[in-house]
Design a binder for this molecule. Structure first.
Ligand SMILES: Cc1cc2nc3c(=O)[nH]c(=O)nc-3n(C[C@H](O)[C@H](O)[C@H](O)COP(=O)(O)OP(=O)(O)OC[C@H]3O[C@@H](n4cnc5c(N)ncnc54)[C@H](O)[C@@H]3O)c2cc1C
Ligand code: SF4
Length: 565
């Protein structure tokens, strides 16, 4: 049982926590990082470079693998036969959905978290996002502006390595980029079609190394990213921040340690955390001068809501009542998919082997005027397809036997599909709280989701379907169809909002430095502080804001606001 008091405890070792522990260790602080699951070990856990026909269950995994687990729902894409033996996905800690809610909460509990398997899209937010409430009157502004955050985006991009181009788009500030990912054949055809509609089609900002960077090798385009990279050619904590933190010798890393709450001293300030050792099921306390929560958005709120004491009867640092509220998400779904007949019968030369968001349609709606469309704000679209390792169009073609195989081959280079990324607005009916009745197998009260799609994002969904009909026509494509419904909420993994930051302690959980208003030695380093969702993804901004938060915390240590042990 550890008795030492650390300078800082960091809960979570993902994009946010990994960055925090690296920076704090490098500054000479003693850091205890606590991670819910085991250590992720690429050599053992990633079974890349194998064809699905070399795997017993053809990549789908043992159908009985979740038997007896409290949370039996399989996760898509990232959890597959390629990683199934490694116990790095969360199926022991159950959660609940309020009636009418169907939240899909995918969690990677191995060290490094979800960024071991992420999609790597890494665009900057801009003032169009930070000041959106001023522009259209909905929600709250962020307590920062672009000029203040831009240097941190640069630091994050320079550290991670992000491939893209300078584009001068009003909704997408440009950054500091490695050479862009090579385009697929389909990208040139889509771009021509999109041009006719006035829709931008440009290289995405992708945290995948097109050249060697900061000691990490260039990508060798094996296309296995979503199963974890075995050489570290895209940013992940496993290959970047965790080894760098460990190299300082200032890190104590506790694994299989599920934090249940932040514990407080007699004045209500954070004193440490209580965690359950998964192997022994014993509850253990560990102490520090400062606590950083980076357990990933809704799990950070879960820990805080479960941190009840006489000082904090509704959860730690919740005098505003905003803890758990303002849950935002990206609406995902395919508004259109089909094929490009002009490519039928072309040789099946693999051109989509990077498995990345090579190109996208950055937000083009409501740019000149925030109320041009029926909806406010705007969405972006990623286009998938091309000649990949696996024929994603297998379920679009009817047939059997050799005739079916011939059709698969004929269509191999042609498929194209869209994925919309539409932000939700904060809504009083979208939030998380603690289920008053249900506990998980470790005795921890479960997190409960309350979430519905609202009219604004559903209008974007309908809008994107019409855009796809027009685009397929403009690029000479044939549509096979579109999703009837958006994907389940939670699918995007870009949830935000449940510990929002702001200047007013009465309406926000933390200040602009992600330091809890009520408990100044408690910081948050994940997307829970972002008050709203944008048309961009969250991970690079999580890293940039974490860098800024740690910088501020270190200056608080220097000024004596926080004492060292
Ligand atoms: C397939 C896929 C594609 C994605 N594509 C993109 C993309 O293109 N662009 C993008 O920006 N983002 C993308 N994401 C999302 C991205 O991965 C996340 O935004 C990011 O990893 C979140 O980092 P985090 O540190 O906040 O949380 P996580 O990565 O979830 O890390 C949380 C850490 O906290 C630990 N933890 C959790 N609960 C506890 C607890 N109670 N006690 C102790 N430890 C705890 C976990 O073990 C984990 O290590 C994608 C994710 C996936 C899986
Ligand atoms: S395509 Fe590149 S980044 Fe992805 S797994 Fe292969 S080497 Fe790694």
């Amino acid at each position: 049982m550890p008795t030492k008091t650390f300078d800082v405890i960091v809960v979570g070792t993902g994009a946010g926590g990994g960055t925090a522990m690296k920076l704090l260790c490098e500054a000479g602080l003693s850091v205890c990082a606590i991670n819910s699951g085991p250590r992720t070990e690429p050599a053992k856990d990633y079974k890349l470079h194998r064809q699905v026909y070399d795997l017993k269950y053809r990549g789908y995994g043992n159908p009985m693998r979740l038997e007896g687990k409290p949370h039996q729902e399989p996760y898509s894409v990232e959890e597959s036969e390629y990683s199934e033996a490694s116990d790095i996905f969360e199926h022991d800690v159950a959660y609940s959905n309020a009636p009418g809610t169907d939240w899909y909460w995918k969690r990677c509990k191995g060290t490094g978290g979800k960024a071991n398997f992420w999609g790597r899209s890494s665009a900057r937010f801009g003032d169009i996002d930070f000041k959106a409430a001023d522009l259209d009157g909905f929600g709250e502004n962020w307590p920062v502006d672009y000029a203040e955050i831009a240097p941190w985006f640069s630091k994050a991009e320079r550290y991670m390595g992000v491939a893209s181009t300078v584009q001068n788009r009003p909704s997408n500030p440009d950054g500091e980029y490695l050479p862009p990912m090579p385009w697929r054949c389909i990208d040139y055809i889509i771009q021509k079609g999109a041009e006719k509609l006035g829709v931008p089609y440009l290289p995405d900002r992708c945290a995948q190394l097109t050249v060697a960077h900061n000691g990490h090798p260039a990508c060798h385009y094996c296309g296995n990213c979503t199963r974890g990279c075995d050489v570290g050619s895209f940013f992940s904590p496993t290959w970047f921040t965790i080894p760098e933190a460990e190299a300082t010798k200032n890190l104590t890393l506790l694994t299989n340690a599920l934090v249940r709450s932040v514990i407080v001293d007699e004045t209500g300030m954070a004193k440490g955390v209580a965690y359950v050792d998964r192997k022994t099921r014993r509850e253990i306390e560990v102490y520090a001068k400062v606590v950083v929560l980076a357990a990933s958005c809704v799990e950070t709120a879960h820990i805080m809501l479960n941190s009840k004491s006489r000082h904090w009867p509704t959860g730690i640092a919740n005098s505003s009542g905003q803890l758990g509220r303002n849950l935002c998400e990206h609406l995902y779904g395919s508004p259109g998919y089909g094929y490009l007949p002009q490519l039928l019968g072309q040789p099946a030369t693999p051109d989509n082997i990077a498995d990345s968001t090579v190109a996208w349609m950055p937000r083009w709606q409501n740019l000149k005027n925030p109320h041009e469309e029926k909806f406010v704000r705007g969405y972006s679209v990623y286009m998938g397809g091309g000649c990949g390792e696996f024929p994603g169009h297998y379920n679009q073609i009817e047939g059997f036997g050799s005739e079916y195989k011939r059709a698969i081959k004929r269509y191999y280079p042609t498929p194209v599909g869209a994925l919309i990324q539409a932000p939700t607005l904060p809504s009083p009916t979208n939030y998380v709280d603690i289920d008053p009745e249900k506990k998980d197998i470790f005795g921890i009260p479960q997190l409960r989701f309350h979430f519905q799609w609202n009219a604004n994002e559903l209008m974007m969904w309908e809008h994107s379907k019409q855009v796809m009909i027009d685009l397929f026509k403009a690029m000479g494509g044939e549509m096979w169809g579109a999703d009837d419904e958006p994907n389940r909420p939670g699918t995007s993994l870009h949830e935000t909002g449940v510990c929002r930051f702001g200047s007013d302690a009465e309406t926000s959980v933390t200040n602009k430095w992600a330091q809890a208003h009520d408990v100044p030695n408690l910081y948050i380093c994940d997307a829970s502080i972002f008050p709203s969702s944008t048309d961009k993804t969250t991970t690079m901004p999580i890293i940039a804001f974490t860098m800024r938060t740690c910088d501020n915390m270190l200056s608080n240590f220097k000024k004596g606001v926080h004492q060292r042990t």
